[in-house]
Design a protein around this ligand. Structure first.
Ligand SMILES: O=P(O)(O)OC[C@H]1O[C@](O)(CO)[C@@H](O)[C@@H]1O
Length: 550
């Protein structure tokens, strides 16, 4: 029988961390006066420059965190993932998103499958297709070239592609745009399709399972919209020219009416939230082109290599994952903010919400035993400086500890000036100032020295010692985006290993899906089904039915 996960809370390192946390009084002012501390706390991974010095840790805490990594057996678990062991225990699957970005000369055979060959085979098909669309060789049924690609998908089949499309907007080919439909709220389809010309629109139905209610419903809506708009043309030809699919279930793609020749596959060892670099990224490949997509994969692979080979003391995903464990389990933090000082990354926090919370929002470990500590923190965030004028007040002066990752690049995509002022520099000044203000705060004496009336002093005091990690890169290139995505994938993995959970299943999403099916007839007016509901659900459905028509 396979041995269960190590219970981290029974390790010596955990006990040591608990005693270090007891009565811990951080002093970032003192730490940040020390160049050596900052130097030792600054690490690099591929093109990312990561300053960990503004975190609430000491050398003793780092030592204990490093010992924790050894005691929970991170090295072995990481190797097991890269090797293709079935570490997704509850679904009995390998976890091989890292194989999606292996170079073609790499070798990896798992469960009798030549993984690298299969990955590159699909990649080349996706690349060929993308080139045809980009060059105008692939046309719609009227012979016009495609101007808009609409990705229909949800969760991992949407969040990654839309995040990356927004992040890499400067690389999108002129004359092409992508739109994304995910929500089953009909508003999403209606608004996304508004103004589009069916003759120049191509749909990509992206669904790992090809059984997701939202995606299939939206795909049918789009098909009806297309066929109505292209009335007079042969329906089969219209679908063939305007619909492609991405899925692991190619039989279901065919059932839906999409020609398997127009479908791109992937494999059950790619989790939905880890799939943007599989064929799920087809819309992105069309938008930015195969060369740029290949750079994204290279960036991810560079981070994978770093994660796999860098020693713990310099291993950025390991260090960041350990910090998250420290804050969650020893300093009682419940959330984690991700604050990109790069407008192009405005969907990055939303993307990370699925990655981190669907992965680590678990209450049992991978052997089915209950966890013995808190797990997955709530990830959230907005791009700076919008967040500054919304929720930073709570981070600066609230009663809760909110560790935050700040992300910025040195070279902006759009270098605009306001008179003499370089606007990107103004933006970055805010980034530096915020992390500084959070760390240093402002003492009562400092407030008084500004001439503040005594009765207002306490309201203007900032305790400081609010932890941040600063991540910088030269520019938001496809490679850097890939590095960022892989960085957070591996941070998530590290935390999951410490907590002993299966970070690759998502059973928690199922109950709501099942109940939606059970509730649907009641919503549609079936009296018997309505009677089966609880009092609150009955009353809500009743309200809906009374107000559904004007
Ligand atoms: O790609 P599919 O199979 O349509 O699933 C969409 C999403 O639904 C989930 O299964 C549950 O939210 C995600 O893990 C997945 O990304």
């Amino acid at each position: 029988m396979t041995q269960g996960p190590v219970d981290a809370t029974r390790t010596e390192a955990w006990a040591r961390l608990a005693s270090l946390a007891d009565g811990f009084t951080p002093d970032l002012r003192r730490a940040l006066a020390d160049d050596e501390w900052v130097e030792r706390s600054t690490v690099a991974a591929a093109d990312l420059h990561v300053d960990l010095s503004k975190n609430l840790v000491t050398p003793e805490i780092w030592k204990a965190l490093h010992a924790l990594v050894d005691e929970v057996g991170l090295d072995a678990r990481r190797e097991a993932m890269f090797r293709g062991d079935h570490i997704n225990v509850t679904e009995d699957r390998a976890v091989l998103h890292t194989a999606l970005r292996l170079p073609s000369e790499a070798e990896l055979e798992v469960d009798g499958q030549d993984v690298v060959a299969d990955v590159h085979d699909v990649l080349h098909r996706v690349y060929d297709f993308a080139e045809q669309v980009r060059s105008g060789e692939w046309t719609g049924v009227t012979g016009e070239r495609i101007a808009t690609v609409v990705n229909i998908g949800i969760g991992g089949s949407d969040l990654g592609p839309v995040m990356a499309y927004e992040a890499l907007a400067p690389y999108v080919q002129d004359g092409l745009e992508c739109r994304f439909i995910s929500n089953i709220d009909p508003t999403d389809a209606a608004q996304t399709l508004a103004g589009l010309d069916p003759a120049t629109t191509l749909f990509i139905v992206s669904s790992k399972t090809f059984g997701t209610l939202e995606t299939l419903t939206n795909a049918r809506l789009c098909k009806a919209w297309l066929l109505e708009g292209l009335a007079g043309h042969d329906d089969g030809e219209a679908v063939a020219q305007h619909f492609v699919a991405v899925s692991t279930a190619l039989d279901k793609v065919a059932d839906f009416g999409i020609d398997p020749d127009n479908a791109f596959g992937f494999w059950d060892w790619v989790g939905g939230r880890y799939s943007m670099d599989s064929a799920i990224g087809t819309s992105l490949v069309v938008a930015i082109g195969p060369d740029r997509f290949a750079e994204l994969l290279e960036g991810m692979n560079a981070m994978d290599e770093h994660f796999r080979t860098a020693p713990t003391e310099h291993n950025v995903p390991v260090l960041m994952g350990l910090l998250n464990v420290w804050y969650t389990n020893f300093l009682d933090a419940q959330t984690h903010a991700v604050l990109p000082y790069a407008q192009q990354l405005h969907r990055f926090p939303a993307y990370l919400q699925q990655l981190t919370m669907e992965s680590n929002g678990k209450g049992v470990r991978w052997d089915g035993t209950p966890v013995t500590s808190d797990t997955g923190e709530v990830f959230w965030g907005e791009p700076g400086t919008n967040g500054q004028h919304a929720f930073y007040q709570l981070i600066h002066q609230g009663t809760r500890l909110v560790p935050a990752d700040f992300i910025a690049v040195a070279r902006p995509a759009y270098p605009l000036v306001d008179g003499e002022a370089d606007v990107h520099e103004l933006f970055l000044a805010n980034f530096f100032a915020q992390t500084k203000a959070l760390a240093f705060g402002k003492t009562a004496d400092e407030v008084r020295s500004e001439g503040t009336a005594e009765h207002l002093v306490s309201a203007r005091v900032f305790t400081g010692n609010r932890p941040t990690t600063s991540i910088m890169a030269p520019e938001l290139t496809p490679s850097v985006l890939g590095q960022l995505v892989a960085l957070y994938e591996h941070i998530t993995f590290v935390q999951g290993v410490v907590w002993g959970i299966d970070s690759f299943d998502q059973w928690g999403v199922e109950l709501g899906k099942q109940l939606a099916q059970q509730v649907t007839p009641a919503v549609a007016g079936d009296a018997e089904a309505l009677a089966d509901q609880d009092a609150s659900t009955r009353s809500l459905i009743d309200y809906y039915r009374r107000h559904r028509t004007r």
